[in-house]
Design a protein around this ligand. Structure first.
Ligand SMILES: Cc1ncc(COP(=O)(O)O)c(C=O)c1O
Length: 395
């Protein structure tokens, strides 16, 4: 299992708990469920809400500047141009936009993974139904090598591969550079749901070359609930938005000419923006999260969280609990696999001790720490887990 040594890119970041509002007795190891807001995001949101108390101080340009800043920040995070980014309310909105715009012929296939998150399943099921296509769902491979399984399944019949970078259930990592290359060889579009990876795991659009990448902000982007981003590759930027709103159209920043209705759009991916995307409270909150991630650096975040999850994996192994090998999982994610069933309600039992993880049935548990987690949190997790499994703090 690789450990976070100096041969990996990135630096170790010291604990950043002071930037959050997490009480000392809370061990929050559940970022994949929902992240805590940064204090800076709370302040930005509070300032935005406060502005709505005084609408006479809100100028038309305020609906544009925050949104444009967010586009630029997210673009920097993934190595794209701001023109390639649309502002969405959710991952599903972005993925539905992709489904609305990608061609699918009768009999052609859409590739999905077993137990993929539903936001990246339902839009494709609808599309397949509408066009006479077929959903091909790849079964979880026995050796957990999703990349190989996907590469083997990618043939000329596949029109769309709609995939995550990291499987949301256990952190299994997919080599999207190799998958992207194969997609281009067979003429399939690559659509990525980056909700469980972007912000914590480096994503480079120039290397992966996705057609679309959709991300919700409330997990690894440390943003609010109700906001997201959609990267749209330049070749799809003249597509059809899910909805038609006035912001999309050329000249929408000039309020005096709004009723000079026009057919042309704002440049790039802006035509895919959700209505009211310039929210004066959500946008500053999301932007504060992105600024912090860029300041830390995603490679450094990944390396630092991997050091933590590697330690947790080793301690779990001492208790006979399995995990995916280090090179097969993303560093920010851990799925603990119990040999048999764990005690019923294990996650609830831990939560009563203010230790938060996600249960995955009775035989698995998702542990997803971030930079706020301390060694004391980790120790408390293991003490509580040992007590829950063996009835005392020592096995
Ligand atoms: C992989 C993945 N995608 C997307 C989402 C959220 O989707 P949406 O923004 O459509 O609610 C989640 C939430 O758990 C997720 O795990």
């Amino acid at each position: 299992m690789p450990t976070a040594d100096q041969s990996e890119p990135g630096l170790l970041i010291p604990c950043q708990r002071h930037l959050f509002d997490i009480p000392d007795d809370v061990a929050y190891l559940n970022c994949a469920y929902i992240s805590p807001l940064l204090l800076a995001s709370r302040d930005a949101g509070h300032a935005g809400v406060t502005r709505k108390l005084r609408p006479w101080e809100i100028s038309p340009s305020d609906f544009f500047t925050g949104a444009e800043t967010g586009r630029g920040l997210f673009a920097r995070l993934i190595g794209a141009s701001p023109d390639d980014i649309a502002l969405t309310p959710s991952a599903s909105y972005g993925l539905s936009t992709a489904a609305r715009n990608l061609p699918l012929g009768r009999g052609q296939a859409i590739l999905l993974l077993q137990e993929q998150f539903p936001s990246n399943v339902y839009p494709w099921r609808e599309l397949a139904k509408e066009r006479g296509g077929e959903i091909v769902t790849l079964a979880r491979p026995d050796d957990d090598d999703w990349t190989l399984t996907i590469l083997e399944a990618l043939n000329e019949r596949v029109a769309i591969a709609a995939l995550p970078h990291v499987h949301w259930t256990d952190g299994a990592l997919i080599d999207l550079e190799r998958v992207g290359r194969r997609c281009r060889q067979v003429g399939a579009a690559l659509v990525v749901d980056g909700t469980q990876s972007v912000g914590a795991l480096p994503f480079d659009v120039t290397a992966i070359q996705p057609d679309f990448l959709a991300v919700a902000t409330y997990k690894w982007l440390l943003g609010p609930y109700g906001a997201g981003y959609l990267y749209v590759a330049p070749k799809w930027q003249d597509g059809i938005p899910l909805e038609h709103n006035w912001f999309h159209r050329k000249g929408s920043d000039n309020f005096a000419t709004l009723v000079d209705y026009r057919d042309d759009y704002q440049p790039g991916a802006r035509r895919f923006d959700v209505g009211e995307r310039g929210s004066i409270h959500l946008v500053p909150m999301a932007n504060a999260g992105l600024r912090q991630l860029l300041e830390w650096g995603v490679e450094n975040i990944q390396k630092t969280i991997r050091a933590r999850t590697d330690r947790i994996a080793l301690r779990a192994a001492d208790m006979g609990i399995g995990t995916l090998p280090g090179e097969q999982r993303a560093g920010h994610y851990l799925g603990l696999r119990f040999r048999g069933d764990s005690p019923e309600g294990l996650a609830g039992q831990l939560a009563r001790e203010r230790i938060y993880v996600s249960a995955r049935g009775r035989s698995a548990m998702r542990v997803t720490p971030h930079l706020w987690v301390t060694d004391a949190d980790e120790d408390r997790f293991f003490e509580a887990l040992t007590t829950a499994l063996y009835g005392s703090a020592t096995p």
